[in-house]
Design a protein around this ligand. Structure first.
Ligand code: FE2
Ligand code: FE2
Length: 291
């Protein structure tokens, strides 16, 4: 991708691979309910964590689209094309997770509390300078890229999952990896006149704030859903914390990648993990109608 002509010293060639394809797969999932309520191997905690994430996706992804679009003006042609593909992918993700969330509601889960909390939080964010929304988006896109990498890198952790439901998550993970650099490259474009120090400082401060918020809120949401399964109290809290930070350690495992974000000069494509895509794609295509 060409560097910004206005500040060549601050905009070296981007690490985004020149041969990267961001493919919008307009596939359909989650049109029939999983055979069991705890679709992820019969594990209530793992299922609740994923259901809680899904409940936040439609509104969260709309926020990401808004934040990226607000800074597309003057983008070089390859970045403008990448932004269009990013929007196409995120719109489809929202549609499919809305369908998934409807199935969860039909299964008896009340997701309205999570939805209200996300709506209120995003409403507060929308009142801020738009560059802060983009800084928020690159932090959260790093979270989704890390979790997507982990999902595709450890098929054994999902061995007991309902195949059709897992296909939805794999499809989403594939596309999150493909577009993981788009918001970040938009950020580099939007802040091209900033000093490296100013850019690094805001990016890192925002990551710390977002991490606190993301971890706290997703745990609260997971506990909300577990309560609806009758799993409550200190025992529920310990089970969630152990699942996230002990074994299998969904958040513990992404800690090194999280830490990497604080490195000056960090870019999501310093880790090229496109090799994870092909093995996961065939099964997602079969279920989603892409084959
Ligand atoms: Fe997405
Ligand atoms: Fe994304």
């Amino acid at each position: 991708m060409p560097s910004a002509p206005s500040s060549p010293s601050l905009a070296p060639p981007l690490p985004t691979p020149a041969d990267l394809t961001i493919r919008v797969r307009d596939w359909r999932f989650a049109r029939k309910a999983p055979p069991q309520r705890w679709w992820l191997g019969g594990d209530p905690v793992a299922t609740a964590w994923h259901n809680a994430l899904s409940a936040t996706f439609p509104r969260g992804e709309a926020f990401f689209i808004e934040a990226v679009r607000a800074h597309r003006e003057g983008a070089p042609a390859p970045l403008a094309a990448a932004i269009r593909a990013f929007v196409g992918q995120e719109v489809n993700h929202s549609r499919e997770h809305l369908a998934f969330n409807r199935l969860a509601a039909e299964a008896g889960y009340d997701l309205s509390g999570i939805d209200q909390r996300v709506t209120a939080l995003l409403g507060r964010m929308r009142g801020r300078p738009v560059i802060l929304n983009l800084a928020t988006t690159i932090a959260l896109e790093h979270f989704t890229a890390m979790l997507a990498h982990d999902l595709l890198a450890r098929p054994s952790a999902y061995a007991g999952a309902d195949a059709d439901t897992l296909a939805l998550w794999r499809w989403h993970a594939i596309e999150e990896i493909e577009h993981k650099g788009v918001a970040f490259d938009t950020w580099l474009h939007a802040t091209r006149s900033w000093s490296r120090w100013r850019r690094w400082r805001l990016r890192c401060v925002m990551m710390l704030l977002i991490t606190r918020m993301f971890v706290r809120n997703r745990i609260a949401d997971t506990l909300d859903l577990l309560r609806q399964d009758g799993i409550t109290g200190a025992g529920a809290q310990l089970r969630v914390l152990w699942w996230l930070f002990g074994s299998p350690g969904a958040l513990r495992r992404v800690f090194p990648a999280w830490l990497g974000y604080f490195r000056p000069g960090f870019h999501p494509w310093h880790r090229d993990d496109r090799a994870l895509i092909a093995p996961a794609e065939a099964e997602a295509a079969r279920v989603g109608g892409g084959l």
